[in-house]
Design a binder for this molecule. Structure first.
Ligand code: VG1
Ligand code: CO
Length: 541
């Protein structure tokens, strides 16, 4: 056992989803160790307990796992479950923590951020319900990291991560587990696999893009092995440390290859993709794209088609910037609907209390109470289940939904790597205007409310304030502005735009057209162009 003296790093405050930094920062002397020791020091249950460890396979995954295992053994963790080759997707980690009643888990991932030596790395700590640590826990970890003076480790050889089975490290036992099986078994209980099998055996054609990230082995097992999809249905299925040089973010900007497979004469009926750590999803149909906010609303509206929810769901939740499409479904079904701050950690209490069964975020995140993370393949299987049961195309599922509930046109504009002080000025000057906007007209639309979103958790009454600026209009349209909490360079300004259209004859406009006036209002009130010098968003999703 070695006790290594160290001094605090000022910047170890976890963001929306764990601590995320450039790989080079994590490679810095004591950086990773300080953060991991801060987690151990604040989580007494881990001493003598069970810890799950895995990651998305990105560059530095293996090195980090070796360091963490030695520190866990030195700290006194009794047992670790580690994914084979160091791999475990975020939803699979959640499933494993829950199945084996672990005291917590560490996911090594920077999610959809690019990987490789010049890319990003991250560490997320999940608690015993399988979900991301709530704010009270991340705040305690950060506080500890600010006064840390040393960490403990063992000086010993590396563990073999490539062989399944049990090994020991000091007094700690380590089991290298199949990262796929427990998770795939769980998903099989959620959906009607026979119906999906029949769909796939017919003339239905589809593809899944794992983007060379962690989901490849999971998708091959579920879609090809268990559901009988032809070999090659899963593309880019081998996890690579640099994701093949790509950006493992499933959206229209980064999954171009897949998008093109759903367009034109020979278009596939269905296509889907997930991100670096397997918790995001993108759903495409023949010549159409399902906006994630709509996806949540549609799955909620059709929950009884899924075996696990055949008696209906108690409630739903969406993050604040996610469109209000789901609210309309909840209203009609007579179930509860919650609006939470951005980040999956805010759904945990509601799921644990049984108040909601489905939840989602506009950022390509959808999930249910089967785990406590968003789950890319869960959403993909849900859509396959839906298509099989409805026996119709993705576009007609969308059309039918909009005809019943109205359409929430939706788009997000991201301005990336903006100088931090300028991004802050955009938000501050807008926030200062909010009180006087209420009741005023902006381009002919009446502002019915304008505030900085604050959330009181209905289960533990904890309050999270300053979660994003909202401007709501009397016609159901809405603008939201917030700064990203996952970037590693400068600041990213996110502008979320939404309008509501009940008239069926106006539900098939291009999104840009339907939202063009709101874009103009957003630019006017936020002064983004004048303050940042940017002429257009970098990414539109
Ligand atoms: C983004 C998304 C948010 C999501 C988070 C983590 O956060 O907007 O909805 O929960 O990423 O997703 P931010 O703070 O950058 O807007 V993942 O797939 O990185 O775990
Ligand atoms: Co992710």
């Amino acid at each position: 056992m070695e006790i290594v003296a160290s001094t605090p790093f000022k910047d170890q405050k976890p963001g929306t989803s764990g601590l995320r930094k450039k790989v080079s920062v994590f490679q810095g002397k004591h950086y990773l160790e300080n953060f991991v020791q801060s987690i151990f020091d604040t989580q007494a249950d881990l001493a003598g307990g069970l810890l799950v460890i895995g990651g998305d396979g990105r560059y530095y995954n293996d090195t980090a796992i070796q360091k963490i295992l030695k520190m866990a053994a030195a700290y006194g963790v009794a047992r670790c479950l580690v994914g084979h080759k160091g791999l475990l997707s975020t939803p699979a980690t959640s499933a494993v923590i829950r199945k084996y009643s672990a005291n917590g888990g560490l996911v090594l991932s920077a999610s959809h951020n690019p990987g490789g030596p010049k890319g990003d790395f991250g560490i997320k700590f999940n608690v015993s319900n399988g979900g991301p640590a709530p704010e009270s826990v991340t705040e305690a970890i950060f506080a500890r990291s600010q006064i840390i003076e040393s960490y403990k480790t063992l000086s010993t050889n590396d563990i073999d991560l490539n062989t399944l089975g049990t090994q020991s490290l000091g007094n700690m036992s380590i089991e290298i587990i199949d990262p796929v099986k427990d998770y795939a078994d769980l998903l099989e209980t959620e959906f009607d696999f026979d119906a999906i099998r029949n769909l796939i055996a017919g003339d239905f054609r589809f593809a899944f893009d794992a983007m060379h990230a962690v989901t490849g082995p999971y998708a091959i097992e579920l879609l090809e092995n268990r559901l009988g999809a032809p070999n090659g249905t899963v593309i880019n299925g081998t996890p690579l440390p640099d994701f093949g040089g790509g950006h493992p973010d499933p959206n229209l900007a980064h999954a171009k290859e897949l998008l093109s497979m759903t367009q034109g004469n020979d278009a596939l009926d269905f296509a889907a993709a997930s991100d670096g750590d397997g918790d995001r999803n993108m759903i495409l149909g023949k010549n159409c794209f399902v906006v994630p906010s709509d996806s949540l609303a549609i799955l909620a509206a059709n929950a009884t088609l899924f075996p696990a929810y055949k008696n209906g769901i108690p409630g739903v939740a969406r993050s604040m910037p996610t469109s209000q499409a789901t609210d309309r479904v909840a209203e009609k079904l007579g179930i509860e609907c919650f609006e939470t701050p951005t980040g999956w950690k805010f759904f945990g209490n509601l799921l644990d209390a049984g108040r909601i069964a489905f939840c989602g975020e506009e950022s390509f995140g959808t999930g249910s109470n089967h785990v406590r993370e968003k789950d890319g393949l869960w959403a993909v299987l849900a859509w396959l289940n839906l298509i099989a049961k409805k026996d119709t195309s993705v576009q007609s599922i969308l059309d039918e939904h909009w005809a019943t509930y109205g359409r929430n046109y939706y788009v997000r504009h991201d301005y990336e790597e903006v100088e931090s002080d300028k991004a802050k000025t955009v938000i501050d000057q807008l926030e200062a205007q909010l009180p006087k906007l209420i009741g005023s007209q902006l381009h002919g639309r009446e502002v019915s409310y304008a505030d900085n979103f604050s959330y009181t958790d209905p289960i533990d009454n904890s309050v999270s304030s300053h979660q994003g600026l909202r401007i709501g209009f009397s016609d159901g349209a809405r603008l939201v502005f917030r700064l990203s909490g996952t970037g590693t360079q400068g600041a990213t300004i996110r502008v979320y735009l939404e309008s509501y259209e009940a008239d069926i004859s106006k539900q098939h406009l291009p999104c840009e057209e339907a939202l063009s006036e709101l874009v103009a209002i957003a630019l006017d009130v936020s002064q983004i162009e004048a303050i940042t010098g940017r002429k257009a968003p970098d990414v539109i999703t």
